[in-house]
Design a protein around this ligand. Structure first.
Ligand code: HEM
Ligand SMILES: *[C@@H]1O[C@H](CO)[C@@H](O)[C@H](O)[C@H]1NC(C)=O
Ligand SMILES: *[C@@H]1O[C@H](CO)[C@@H](O)[C@H](O)[C@H]1NC(C)=O
Length: 355
């Protein structure tokens, strides 16, 4: 077990050095704190730290990594699903594990959450962490680290994670349905990202996660026939690819690969597909034609190293979206599916009645 850990640390270290070696690339940008209207982002630097669990739970990252690896060996498709789950968490109320709360009307029960997967992995990791370090590691931090480990398992880059997120106590399905679902225009995508302190560059590079994973046919049905009321399919869809998709999509619940060329490799082929009219989602395809996003698309299409380092930097930005919560509004959840039962706040009068 010890040996296994030091081997892992060595691998991670090598990858970290690779990441640092490419850190001179000018595009790397610090986490932005752009005025956020929907979510009030806090400066993550003041709240999060890479050594957050160093004393309270030094084994945390190792446990998360081991569990992710075991799940990945059983079902490698779960890695993409965990990355997407992390995006859906951070996109609504910041990275606070609000997507994991499981009751009627919660984000997880929203329409936009229907094809989210991987919840059982987070539960599994959490129960092991509760055994080893009770009430210490937040569900939001677990999901953040799991998404990083999923990326590495898929052959993508490694990055260091700032820890210390808290779990939220509010989760609303209506808010989860605000996450882009594949039919938006580029302006809507840019606005959505910018409202969360993320840039156009973050948008294009993080959309590169669609180099792996799958989509339900539901998300592309609007492209296959009568696109935007024209009575014809989407003209920006390659004819052969269109035929392929029409054949594969018998039901809206059928699944198709997001990257038709190299569906299981974490590479830049996704961007090359866009140039060949083979983007699956219309939101991805439009990144190629819109002048605000196309320069980044052509850049990543040809520069794998640049893609890797910027993906890592932008994932840190995504994971650093934090939202101001009222006092007592956040906690370290004991079970990621439910908020902790309240005790100390049961009698607020008592708390404030002292002279
Ligand atoms: C830019 C806006 C985005 C849009 C419109 C979008 C849309 C979608 C859609 C429609 C699907 C398929 C859902 C289904 O029908 O089953 C999907 C899957 C996926 N998305 Fe995105 N997405 C966006 C951004 C992101 C970001 C920022 C990430 C990660 C950082 C991400 C990671 C993924 C992954 C990995 C999958 C595959 C999931 C699986 O195989 O289970 N997406 N996305
Ligand atoms: C983009 O979508 C928004 C709604 O999400 C709409 O208000 C706007 O008019 C659209 N812009 C274009 C250029 O179609
Ligand atoms: C069509 O789908 C098959 C697999 O079903 C794939 O091998 C082929 O490359 C696809 N062709 C196009 C043009 O996308």
């Amino acid at each position: 077990m010890k040996k296994c850990f030091s081997l892992m640390a060595a691998i991670l270290l090598v990858q970290l050095q690779l990441l640092m070696a490419s850190a001179a690339i000018p595009l790397l940008q610090p986490a932005t704190g752009l005025a956020a209207s929907l979510t009030q982002t806090l400066s993550p630097q003041s709240l999060l730290s890479q050594s957050y669990y160093q004393n309270s739970c030094p084994a945390a990252e190792g446990i998360i990594h081991q569990k992710m690896q075991a799940w990945f060996l059983k079902d490698s498709t779960l890695a993409a699903s965990i990355i997407r789950l992390h995006f859906h968490d951070c996109a609504i109320r910041g990275c606070d594990a609000s997507i994991l709360l499981n009751y009627k009307g919660s984000e997880r029960r929203a329409f936009a959450s229907k094809t989210l997967r991987g919840f059982e992995i987070i539960d599994d990791i959490k129960s092991e962490l509760e055994r080893r370090c009770p009430k210490t590691v937040s569900c939001a931090d677990i999901l953040t680290a799991a998404a990083r480990d999923a990326t590495v398992l898929l052959g993508g880059p490694f990055w260091e994670i700032p820890f210390g997120r808290k779990d939220g106590r509010i989760s609303l399905a209506t808010e989860a349905d605000m996450v882009p679902q594949g039919r938006e225009n580029v302006t809507a995508l840019i606005d959505f990202f910018q409202a969360r302190g993320l840039t156009i560059l973050d948008l294009v590079v993080l959309s590169g996660s669609h180099t792996i994973g799958r989509s339900s046919c539901y998300s592309i049905l609007h492209r296959l026939a009568n696109y935007k009321g024209t009575g014809k399919p989407d003209p920006t869809l390659d004819i052969k690819y269109l035929k392929n998709l029409t054949r594969q999509c018998k039901w809206s619940s059928d699944m198709v690969h997001l990257d038709v060329t190299t569906p299981k490799t974490f590479d830049t082929q996704f961007y090359n597909n866009l140039g060949a009219k083979k983007g699956l989602l219309s939101t991805d395809q439009e990144l190629f034609s819109d002048p605000r996003t196309s320069p980044f698309v052509s850049m990543f299409a040809t520069q794998q190293e640049l893609f890797s380092s910027q993906f890592a930097a932008s994932m840190v930005n995504l994971g650093n979206i934090l939202v101001k919560t009222p006092p007592g509004g956040s906690e370290i959840r004991v079970n990621c599916n439910y908020v902790n039962p309240r005790r100390s706040y049961a009698n607020p009068q008592r708390k404030y009645s002292r002279p």
